[in-house]
Write a protein that binds this ligand. Structure first.
Ligand code: ATP
Ligand code: MG
Length: 410
């Protein structure tokens, strides 16, 4: 058996890290629910084709990163590497196309076989949104606004930049593709092996390469903006105008393309300079052809997903935690009473730490460690007259109160 440890590139989440991850998810849910998004939970595995056919067969995810296995019935299954393909699969197979628009959000684990680094794990958590059935720029503006508000609520608005670009419609993409291929052919020798391959199959992907040699070539590549047809250029202008109207700051990044095949028109990333090479905390775009490509109707879509762990790492401050009341018993004969007091306080809505063992002094130390703000000290003499001691741990003051009136007193 392998050594007793977690699989390389995977981490157990507990303590403050878990609390931060939870806060990222609950903040995101609160924001997107105001925009009318509803939660969906698809399963962690799907038939392999759901991903292999739709993410693009030259994408990094499909070529190198998927956890694929055969189950005992001989089906090829894949642990989901991202959320969109599964949500769209569900949108089609559950017949949600009847009632547009459909606005969904999800969160949960994703799996990619990548080289583990800070902010790059083999199992990580994404929170994502998908808006289906809205073709107008209003959808683009709304989902970006939602992302922006979410990061603002996390207190990250100063550290994160919105980068945005347009890939245009199919006609614009084809026209750009031609110019790009011509340019890349001229620079063929300077490209990485991967990019030489991509040149034939999917040249746009070269723009997204992380190899230094490719980046140098890409720096002088033709600009996407010059290839947008009128419709696409107007569409993009409307999106930007909407963002201006809402006071959302952004930077147009002509080099921004997304790693997957299904994007068109608007693509965007929220980027920080605080996580080194893993600076993208949230990414998304429009995917108007995807639903039809997967066998559904011709329904437009747009969405984003964020890396929950990457965002958690940006929450520097320790989160404030609610403070408990300590219940402290002194002596064997008050044990039953302490059990009841703790139970009743919790039922009344208080957070309670019941010190399980030790003398009074030890239990008081534990109460302070738990950051309790009050202690209920139960001793047999006082209890004989129906009273307990209520101590304010911040002020150090204490008084005897009637057990019956304890909750009122607190
Ligand atoms: P990168 O360029 O960093 O590889 P990506 O383009 O593969 O990112 P997406 O597929 O767009 O990432 O996923 C959306 C977000 O999910 C990313 O912006 C990032 O915050 C997070 N993410 C992606 N892969 C990982 C990973 N291996 N570990 C942790 N977070 C990740
Ligand atoms: Mg990646």
């Amino acid at each position: 058996m392998a050594k007793l440890q977690s699989v390389r590139g995977t981490y157990d989440l507990y303590g403050m890290a878990k609390k931060k991850a939870q806060k990222v998810i609950s903040t995101a849910s609160d924001v997107v629910e105001k925009y009318g998004f509803e939660e969906i939970e698809t399963q962690i595995f799907e038939f392999t084709e759901v991903f292999s056919r739709n993410l693009g067969d030259t994408s990094d995810i499909v070529t190198k990163e998927m956890y694929t296995f055969q189950d005992r019935g001989g089906e090829s299954l894949t642990l989901r590497p991202e959320g969109t393909a599964g949500v769209v699969r569900s949108f089609i197979s559950e017949g949600m196309q009847q009632n547009l628009p459909v606005k969904l959000y999800y969160s949960g684990p994703m799996f990619r076989y990548e080289r583990p680094q800070k902010g790059r794990q083999r199992q990580f958590t994404q929170f994502g949104v998908e808006m289906l059935g809205v073709e107008t720029p209003q959808a683009d503006i709304e989902v970006i606004a939602m992302a922006y508000e979410f990061l603002e609520k996390l207190g990250l608005n100063g550290t994160v930049t919105v980068e945005i670009n347009s890939l245009g419609d199919k006609e614009s993409r084809d026209s750009y593709r031609e110019k790009l291929v011509a340019y890349l052919r001229e620079n063929f020798d300077k490209l990485s092996e991967d990019s030489k391959n991509r040149l034939e199959k999917n040249p746009l992907r070269v723009l997204d390469s992380k190899e230094e040699c490719d980046k140098e070539v890409v720096a002088n590549a033709p600009l996407y903006a010059d290839s947008l047809n009128e419709y696409s250029a107007n569409f993009f202008a409307s999106v930007l105008r909407g963002l201006d109207l809402l006071g959302i700051k952004y930077r147009v990044n002509n080099r921004l393309v997304r790693g997957l095949d299904y994007y068109s028109h608007t693509v965007f990333e929220l980027v920080t300079d605080k996580l080194g090479a893993q600076g993208t905390v949230l990414a998304g775009g429009r995917y108007d052809g995807l639903v039809a490509q997967m066998g559904g109707a011709d329904v437009a879509g747009i969405g984003w997903a964020c890396g929950v762990e990457r965002l958690s790492m940006l929450l520097e401050k320790e989160l404030e935690q609610s403070r408990p009341i300590a219940v402290i018993e002194v002596g064997e004969d008050v044990k039953d009473c302490a059990l009841q007091v703790a139970y009743n306080l919790r039922k009344a809505g208080f957070k309670v730490e019941h010190a399980y063992s030790g003398n009074l002094k030890k239990r008081m130390i534990k109460a302070n460690k738990a950051n309790a703000y009050k202690a209920v000290i139960i001793g047999s003499d006082e209890l004989a007259s129906g009273k307990v001691t209520l101590k304010d741990l911040d002020l150090g003051e204490q008084k005897l109160v009637e057990l019956k009136k304890l909750i009122e007193e607190i």
